[in-house]
Design a protein around this ligand. Structure first.
Ligand code: SF4
Ligand code: SF4
Length: 109
């Protein structure tokens, strides 16, 4: 019997959530056909998309915008709506982009 069971914690209603003790669900599977894609040359690194993304799916390296993590992006379009330079557009799920949703890198291959 574990220490927690002995202490009676497991007999209480509700759930116990402990950091780093559970798998992180890839909620990107909930997207409904559209995903964000970015043209980096149009990005001015304002990070508004990062601030407003409700799923922490905007990837930054240090303080520089880098793209999107499709494992968690739900395609809500907020990043596209707040981007002041239209660097972010919503595209069909099948549209080829690199793993971070960057359009330029694919076109230059
Ligand atoms: S579409 Fe929504 S969830 Fe996906 S990166 Fe943009 S703001 Fe975040
Ligand atoms: S909102 Fe647009 S311009 Fe600002 S960091 Fe995001 S992609 Fe770049």
């Amino acid at each position: 019997m574990t220490e927690e069971r002995q202490s009676g914690l497991w007999d209480r209603p509700g759930a116990m959530i402990r950091p780093n003790d559970h798998p992180v669900p890839h909620t990107g599977g909930w997207r409904m056909g559209k995903k964000p894609a970015v043209t980096l040359s149009q990005c001015v690194n304002c990070l508004l998309c990062w601030q407003f993304c409700p799923d922490s799916s905007v990837v930054i390296e240090g303080t520089t915008f880098s793209g999107f993590d499709y494992n968690f992006c739900k395609g809500c379009e907020i990043c596209s709506a707040v981007c002041p330079t239209q660097a972010v557009v919503m595209v069909d799920e099948e549209t080829p982009v690199d793993r971070w949703g960057r359009i330029q890198e694919v076109q230059s291959l």
